[in-house]
Design a protein around this ligand. Structure first.
Ligand SMILES: [Zn+2]
Length: 275
């Protein structure tokens, strides 16, 4: 047995016996998992603030706030540059475009025109039941991802053609994948914390003397990187770095700046959205 095969067997054993399936498999997760990104964002953020973590507390906070302000500004601009005709965030819009092509080859049988239930013949030879009223499909993807699977796209296309209407897949997506929500999430400005001399601190707070908890100074150099989990590779490979996996990729090169979501960022607009 090769070393790689051995590692895979060990990791599989840990995942199935030690870590419960609901902890790592999205289809077994008991609630609604947000986002289409399944990577551990905390680890990514730790990588971003790797150098700043060596600072003292206030400079480290300044760095974190500055980084978040930079990201908010970037995503605010991206959302504003979306053409008004596009209702879905880029990563889902791209997926829907691909699925529309694949769905064109699938046969759809109407089961119940009142309950909007359809039977779709999948490319794998199986038949899937799609409920367009409940936004579910027996393949499970529609239910979990909260945007249409290829079977649901086929059913939605069938419905639109039958009704003689234009296809709007955004109607079957979670509102969190709408550009409107994306824009609202970033419409507020992140401001840096003012200088300490400008802080307004109530007298009773100023009078309190806060000391750090007692702690034991450990010998040696303090650890600056986390300890790998059981079964996790110890190497420091660069695989995937910069590949943009799981990100809302910026495919908006050359997009004309339309009015679209820009309205949310104009002075006073959207401030009463309750976000
Ligand atoms: Zn499906």
């Amino acid at each position: 047995m090769t070393l790689l095969a051995g590692n895979i067997l060990v990791q599989r054993s840990i995942l199935t016996k030690v870590v419960k399936k609901k902890k790592w498999a999205r289809c077994y997760f008991e609630r609604v998992r947000y986002n289409v990104d399944t990577t551990n964002s905390a680890e990514s953020f730790n990588g971003v603030i790797k150098d700043a973590r060596k600072f003292t507390l206030l400079p480290m906070f300044d760095f974190i706030i500055g980084k978040i302000a930079e990201w908010f500004n970037k995503h605010r601009k991206e959302a504003a540059e979306m053409p008004p005709a596009l209702k879905l965030v880029p990563i889902v819009e791209e997926e829907m475009t691909k699925r529309c092509v694949d769905a064109g080859f699938l046969r759809v049988d109407e089961l119940n025109s009142f309950h909007l239930e359809y039977s779709v013949h999948g490319s794998d030879g199986k038949r899937y039941t799609v409920d367009m009223a409940m936004n579910t499909c027996t393949c499970g993807q529609f239910d979990k991802n909260k945007y249409p699977c290829v079977h649901a796209v086929a059913a939605a296309t069938f419905m639109a053609e039958k009704a003689g209407k234009e296809l709007h897949l955004s109607e079957y997506c979670s509102k969190y994948y709408l550009v409107e929500q994306w824009a609202l999430a970033h419409h507020r400005t992140m401001y840096p914390v003012p200088h300490m001399s400008d802080w307004v601190i109530p007298e009773e707070i100023r009078a309190k003397k806060v000391l750090p908890p007692e702690f034991e100074v450990k010998k040696g150099k303090p650890q600056q990187t986390r300890k790998p989990s059981a079964g996790e590779a110890r190497g420091r490979g660069k695989r995937g770095r910069g590949s943009g996996r799981g990100r809302a990729t910026s495919t908006d090169t050359g997009r004309a700046r339309g009015r679209g979501m820009a309205a949310y960022f104009e002075c006073g607009s959207g401030s009463g959205s309750g976000v």
